[in-house]
Design a protein around this ligand. Structure first.
Ligand SMILES: Cc1ncc(COP(=O)(O)O)c(C=O)c1O
Length: 388
């Protein structure tokens, strides 16, 4: 094994999923829906397979998919992008972020991330020889200290990654917070890479703002998103980046030798998905609002102190009110909840660097992207809590 990857270990996701399977637990760990996407989108994929759309797509993506991505960006955010030069289709947001890092940074550069941080960004940076700089999100509304952020910028800073709506906290960055980030990016000539895969999973009528739409940011931002979360097709791995042509071209320099091209029939279905009528996106929001409200109530009733997310698939909850005293940290808690109560969750300390793991020590992350029957089964089991 190379030194480059030897430190990565296996993710706790793998362990918890396996434990959940062995214990027949209701799995609220992984952020993947246990229901299918919209029938029209599934039919479009089947039609494309049967219609002989089964050979390599162009490396930058099929024209129909790129046009739909551009049209979705204009329709929802007023972004005007050229589908031929300012859009790149990648194998999920995960590959898009990695290709962006590889295409835009040099070894020795630094990149800023907010903690808790989605688990692929830092390994991506390490593989690229880039040093991560962490800025913590703190308190119940997961805010960052603007001075701490300002101090994280220096002459080596090449990029900042902003994930909004945020996994695992459910935070949606406000326009004011994004303005602070935008000002610093412009002052230090830094590129922003945004991960917006939960752009349509929003609660309580909160507005999702794209950093790229703030003054002076279009020319220095790569906006990344994907089909998986919005259309409940996480297994398809169709993602994309939108940005100015030079940044997209730099990203494609890496992408062309990572995956080269992405599944053709699923790109055809992406074109259908992204052009679904507005009602689809409204209904999605309502459906998720119901799931979040239900799970917030269940967790609170069971004795957790649940933090209200503004978006994403997740609820973070403080478990100190429900666990027996022998449970000392979030990893022990996740194992205990899975094996003893039969509900799997994710221990959030995995989203922190070693020196900050204490910030996630008393929390658990629950995914709400599950059928109502699944959530009801979890509720029944969580109802057993408080009896220890
Ligand atoms: C913040 C964030 N980014 C990216 C991804 C993965 O996206 P994709 O499946 O499009 O690669 C996830 C999935 O959990 C996520 O939570």
């Amino acid at each position: 094994m190379s030194r480059r990857v030897a430190g990565f270990g296996t993710t706790v996701f793998v362990e918890i999923n396996e434990l959940a399977r062995q214990c027949n637990a209701v799995n609220l760990g992984q952020g993947a829906p246990d229901f299918d996407g919209p029938p029209e989108v599934l039919v479009a994929a089947v039609k494309a397979v049967n219609g002989a759309l089964n050979q390599y797509a162009p490396g930058i993506g099929m024209p129909a998919a790129r046009e739909a991505i551009a049209s979705h960006a204009e329709c929802f955010y007023g972004q005007k992008v050229d589908p031929d030069t300012e859009v790149l289709v990648a194998s999920g947001a995960t590959e898009a972020v990695f290709a962006a890092i590889l295409g835009l940074t040099d070894p020795g550069d630094e990149a800023i991330v907010f903690e808790p941080v989605y688990d692929s960004y830092v390994p991506n940076m390490i593989m690229a020889g880039v040093t991560p700089r962490y800025v913590a999100l703190r308190g119940e509304s997961w805010t960052f200290d603007p001075d701490e952020l300002a101090k994280a910028f220096n002459h080596r800073t090449r990029a900042i990654i902003v994930n909004t709506p945020h996994n695992p906290t459910g935070k949606v960055y406000s326009r004011d917070e994004l303005s602070v980030i935008a000002t610093l990016c412009q002052k230090h000539n830094v590129i922003a890479i945004t991960d917006e895969v939960y752009e349509h999973i929003l609660y309580d009528r909160v507005v999702h703002t794209r950093l790229a739409t703030l003054p002076g940011m279009a020319e220095r931002t790569l906006t990344i998103s994907s089909l998986g979360k919005t259309f409940s097709v996480t297994g398809w791995k169709i993602g994309w980046a939108i940005g100015p042509a030079p940044l997209v071209q730099a990203m494609n320099q890496a992408h062309q030798f990572i995956t080269f091209a992405v599944a053709s029939p699923l790109q055809a279905a992406a074109a259908t998905a992204l052009r679904l009528p507005f009602d689809f996106f409204e209904n999605l929001r309502e459906t998720y609002q119901g799931k979040r409200d239900l799970m917030l109530a269940v967790l609170q009733k069971a004795g957790f102190k649940a933090l209200k997310p503004q978006g994403s698939y997740f609820i973070m909850a403080d478990w100190r009110g429900v666990a027996p005293s022998r449970v000392q940290d979030d990893i022990q808690f996740a194992r205990w909840l899975t094996t003893e109560i039969g509900v799997a969750c994710i221990p959030p300390s995995i989203f922190y660097q070693d020196s900050d793991k204490h910030l996630g020590k008393y929390l658990a992350r629950f995914a709400v992207c599950k059928r109502n029957e699944t959530l009801a089964a979890a509720a029944e089991r969580l109802g057993k809590l408080g009896k220890f």
